[in-house]
Design a protein around this ligand. Structure first.
Ligand code: ATP
Length: 793
């Protein structure tokens, strides 16, 4: 599964030529109509047999003699055929044969699916045998009912299992037939009985309500009353059905349904039964699904066990405890502060969350909302608490919210959110249990819908824990075949634990050693490779006529896409970048461009990005990135400006840290306490997953050959630029392997400087291309350079 390189083409196998029975259109017409006519002839002969069979007995004995005449409607042939099938064969069940021959003709004529026809024959023959055995019971009285074969089998079976045995055997055959042919189950039958019972009941109760009132002069009193009340023009003698509803209670609303007089002429409605033709591939896919079942991407790791809940820790400080005193105190202070500014409160309500309590205030009529908003600092001061946030007004509620941190905040454990019904029962494509909201509800979001996530917050406020929570959620819900991670961790320590699940869940570039990327230059290659993967996936989707990965995978699972055409089950790819700022600082545009491209286009093909940064400044979170990351998580930041960069508004600066965060998916801000998952817990999970059978290697991303790394390292010495030696001296003296230095010092154009750098690399003077950084100079001084050039000669 993990391996996705194109398979080497198999040597073409020699095909053994099987005789082909393909008929041309004309042949089909001739053969098909022949069969249809045969079917009809059989039918006529069989019917005639019941009238003329006895008289024709002699004809059969002497078929060739022209003297003897036959009474059968189809003369001697008819007599012979019907005698063969009915008398000596299967009795009246032989009619089924005539039907089958007729049907075969229709199938050939209309070029219908042959496998279905085969099925009809198979089941048809079984039914013939079944009926003839059943009617074999009456063989002694009337031998044409079950035919000789039916009678003989019946008597043979009677000797061994007796009459009761045969009846039970036939019953068993019938049940088997119904179960296989009509997919009948025990539940179906019970449901059928139940609904029939219900229908009968309903019908009876309706009968009670329907009164047929003959509209003549002898109208009952009630009907008379109705007639006068509604003045229905009653002109002919046809009886009309009047629904009597609660007529006995004249005061109640009276519902009367009077059927309109029928129009003079009935206009017939023709109902066209439009049946869409299934294409050949559909038939093939259905057959494949019938034979092998749906494609199961998880089959290769069929025994994979999801990590159990017990690997996650339970915390003592979990669960919300109501501190009545604190509530009362805060309420009084809020009321007091507001009354100091002459703001009256109509009502106040508290919702206690894990870290903060929301006081919802309904101000008295006439109070301006902006007035309360301006008092934010004053209220914070009077409550002497950090992290007060005022939401005025709360969207969709018409109240004003004041969020006040709890004195004793409670931890929201990863265990509690993973165990929640909301997460366990979620049908999302990439469900993530972020934590709990202020009303203590578990917040589960779909990464596939976001479709990319930007996470920011000052150092030590819970970013890494947040990233771990995201990854843990996916590990608990998604099979290794369904999702792959690409982890970029410049800090080198945060995500190392995930190394253990490399062959299960990680994706990497071919030939790279570590799956977790810690080197910024490799990030560029990975991002570009991911862009290639994106393009490849779009091609696959285009060929499969699907709009997104979910549709594509569904189609692939139902075997409608041929793996020989390059189609395969596509896992989701989640790219996680910790410390995005660091990356932008070192690689700049080279990362921004592929990130922006991925962010703009990758949503449909199942590539989702999560980028986290400590420094939410505008040169890190640029406009183009912001535009493509509508879903954002803000942990506590130090300034209002940072908050504005992340959330386009303040709020993140008023958080209290330790996993307290604001989440937005483009519209409302939701305050959430992030679920806490500690490093030992993550370690346990990765150990658990890592200990299980894995794919042979990590998921392979497409190879990316960097533009600059295309240097041919075998540049001939004689082909070197005239300025080669000068360039080498400049580079070694400055100990800086950059083309722009050569451009400046030797007054060269970019192309020539670039060529020189390539030649210097080929000579082993500078190292390989390293992204935006200058190349490493491998020769320490001019003496060493002289020696190197001397040796070359
Ligand atoms: N959801 C949470 N619930 C409780 N405590 C938390 C939560 N998230 C973080 N903390 C506390 O904050 C500490 C720092 O968190 P974390 O390592 O995630 O910060 P960070 O933002 O990644 O910092 P840095 O940027 O320096 O890596 C944790 O060790 C933990 O004690």
């Amino acid at each position: 599964m993990a391996k996705r390189k194109t398979k080497p083409k198999k040597a073409p196998r020699k095909k053994i030529k099987s005789p082909s029975f393909k008929l041309s259109s004309q042949q089909k017409l001739v053969f098909g109509s022949f069969l249809v006519i045969c079917g009809i002839l059989f039918f006529i002969a069989f019917v005639s047999f019941f009238f003329t069979g006895e008289a024709d007995q002699s004809t059969i004995v002497d078929f060739t003699s022209r003297e003897i005449k036959s009474d059968n409607w189809l003369s001697k042939s008819g007599a012979w055929v019907s005698n063969f099938f009915i008398q000596r064969g299967f009795g009246i069940a032989s009619f089924i044969f005539s039907g089958l021959v007729f049907l075969s003709g229709v199938y050939v004529l209309m070029n219908l699916n042959k496998s279905k026809l085969r099925k009809h024959w198979f089941w048809g023959i079984l039914i013939v045998i079944w009926i003839s055995i059943l009617l074999g019971f009456f063989g002694q009285q009337n031998d044409i009912l079950g035919g000789t074969i039916g009678f003989e089998i019946n008597t043979f079976l009677q000797e061994y299992i007796g009459k009761i045995g045969i009846i039970l055997l036939l019953l068993f055959g019938l049940i088997t037939y119904l179960a296989i042919r009509f997919k009948l189950t025990f539940e179906n039958i019970t449901n059928l009985f139940k609904s029939a019972k219900r229908n009968i009941k309903e019908e009876f109760s309706e009968l009670d309500n329907d009164v047929i009132v003959p509209l003549d002069n002898n109208l009952s009193e009630e009907a008379e009353a109705i007639k006068s009340a509604f003045e229905i023009p009653l002109d002919n003698n046809e009886p009309e059905v009047i629904k009597k509803e609660k007529i006995s209670k004249p005061s109640a609303a009276l519902e009367v349904n009077v059927l309109e007089n029928e129009p003079e002429e009935d206009i017939e409605i023709k109902i066209e039964d439009i049946k869409e033709e299934l294409s050949e591939t559909d038939n093939l896919a259905n057959k494949l699904v019938e034979d092998f079942g749906q494609f199961d991407p998880t089959l290769e790791l069929g025994n994979y066990q999801f990590p159990p809940l017990d690997l996650l820790k339970k915390y003592d400080t979990e669960g919300i405890k109501i501190n009545q005193e604190e509530l009362e105190e805060n309420k009084n202070r809020i009321v007091e502060t507001l009354s100091n500014y002459k703001i009256g409160i109509a009502s106040i309500k508290a919702t206690i969350g894990p870290t903060v309590t929301l006081y919802e205030i309904v101000p008295e009529a006439g109070v301006r909302i902006s007035k309360i908003k301006n008092l934010e600092d004053d209220i914070a001061l009077s409550l002497s608490a950090l992290g007060i946030r005022i939401i005025a007004p709360i969207p969709g509620k018409g109240t004003i919210g004041i969020e006040v941190p709890n004195k004793n905040s409670t931890i929201v454990s990863m265990r509690s959110v993973i165990a929640s019904k909301k997460f366990q029962g979620s049908e999302m494509q990439l469900p993530i249990a972020l934590g709990k909201t202020i009303s203590n509800e578990t917040l589960v979001v779909d990464l596939a819908k976001m479709p990319h996530l930007l996470m920011a917050g000052a150092t030590g406020q819970g970013k890494s824990v947040g990233l771990n929570a995201v990854l843990t959620s996916l590990l608990y819900k998604k099979h290794p075949a369904e999702v792959k991670f690409i982890l970029v961790d410049p800090k080198k320590v945060e995500l190392t634990l995930f190394n253990k699940i490399e062959r299960h869940y990680l994706a990497k570039l071919p030939d790279s050693e570590d799956a977790i990327i810690t080197d910024n230059t490799k990030v560029i290659n990975t991002l570009n490779s991911l862009c290639i993967e994106m393009d490849n996936r779009y091609d696959l989707l285009k060929n499969a006529l699907c709009r997104n990965i979910a549709e594509y995978n569904k189609k692939f699972k139902s075997r409608k896409l041929n793996p020989n055409d390059g189609h395969q089950f596509l896992p989701y790819i989640v790219l996680v970048v910790d410390e995005f700022a660091d990356l932008i600082m070192t690689a700049g545009k080279e990362v921004e461009t592929p990130i922006a491209r991925l962010a703009q286009l990758a949503r449909a093909i199942g590539i989702h990005l999560i980028i986290a940064t400590q420094r939410p400044s505008v040169n890190v979170i640029t406009g183009i990135i912001k535009a493509n990351f509508p879903a954002r998580i803000a942990f506590r930041v130090t300034s209002k400006i940072d908050s504005r960069t992340i959330l386009d508004g303040s709020g993140a600066d008023q958080l209290i840290g330790r996993g307290d965060m604001l989440y937005t998916q483009g519209n409302d801000l939701i305050r959430v306490q992030c679920a806490f998952v500690d490093t030992p817990e993550v370690e346990k999970i990765t150990d658990y997953v890592g200990a299980q059978k894995a794919y042979p290697e990590a998921y392979q991303l497409p190879e990316y050959v960097g533009e600059e790394s295309g240097t041919s390292l075998d540049i001939d010495i004689s082909d070197r630029d005239k300025l080669f030696k000068d360039a080498a001296i400049v580079i070694v003296t400055a100990q800086q392997g950059s083309a722009s230095l050569l451009q400046r010092k030797l007054k060269l154009g970019y192309n020539r400087a670039g060529r020189l750098i390539d030649q210097l690399e080929a000579a082993g003077i500078v190292g390989p291309f390293e992204g935006s950084k200058a190349r490493q100079v491998l020769v320490p001084d001019l003496i060493a350079l002289d020696q190197l050039l001397e040796n070359e000669k």
